[in-house]
Ligand binder design. Sequence first.
Ligand SMILES: C[S@@+](CC[C@H](N)C(=O)[O-])C[C@H]1O[C@@H](n2cnc3c(N)ncnc32)[C@H](O)[C@@H]1O
Length: 255
Amino acid sequence: MDIAAYQREAWDRQVAAGNPWTKPVSAGEVAAARRGEWCILLTPTRCVPQDWFGPVTGMRVLCLASGGGQQGPILAALGADVTVLDNSPAQLAQDWFVAERDGLQIRLELGRMDDLSRFEDGSFELIVHPVSNLFVSQVRPVWRECFRVLRQGGALLTGFSNPALYMFDQDEIERGNAVLCNVMPYSDLGSRSPESLARLLERGEPVEFGHALEDQIGGQIDAGFLITGFYEDRWPDRPLDRYMPLFFATRAVKR
Ligand SMILES: C[S@@+](CC[C@H](N)C(=O)[O-])C[C@H]1O[C@@H](n2cnc3c(N)ncnc32)[C@H](O)[C@@H]1O
């Protein structure tokens, strides 16, 4: 299966279906950012601490797998030099929509998060990478590419899922039940029953991967990053998140 090709169509469908992570920021939010009032999410609800970014005016920023008209437009409104790379044309169209509506400059790149070969070494001072590496089967190539395209001293801000989520039967979670059944690392393609996977693919929804923390956190360190910030977050209406936050965010610096 060509996973990136499948995810591209699946995310285009998510845009049509109105998934919250495809809804662009409002003109009011862009205007507020221009006044210096802003919040950027890497995870469902907590604003990234502003000192994780530093002064962004003029900064070369890559918003990685970050289409949907959210992080890119806010950073552009703050004066950053923004490139948004995403695998879904419909997600990139949301950034284009905001840029046109609000007079922002944003470079749009259709591509895969694990292949940044179009960018030279040291092209960016900051990478903003909201929860999205659950859509690739391997995360370590993403960390290596991020390290390469960042300049020395640059920072990578990433949101990702707590793999504990994937220990539970994914169909039962949708019904509000927590049934322990999967061993880590998790893959929709390999861990679900054939019937459950067939239903998921028939619905055309994105497929997910639950990466080991050794790959999420250890992988960043092995790529050469120094982790300088960490917090947790919850999905507001999911019963499991009452027991444990199921999202993490890290700030990692290229030494
Ligand atoms: C949950 S959305 C994240 C973007 C959103 N702006 C946010 O605030 O969370 C996940 C994004 O990952 C993108 N994506 C999935 N697989 C990808 C890949 N292999 N390379 C690049 N982007 C990918 C999707 O198209 C989608 O826009």
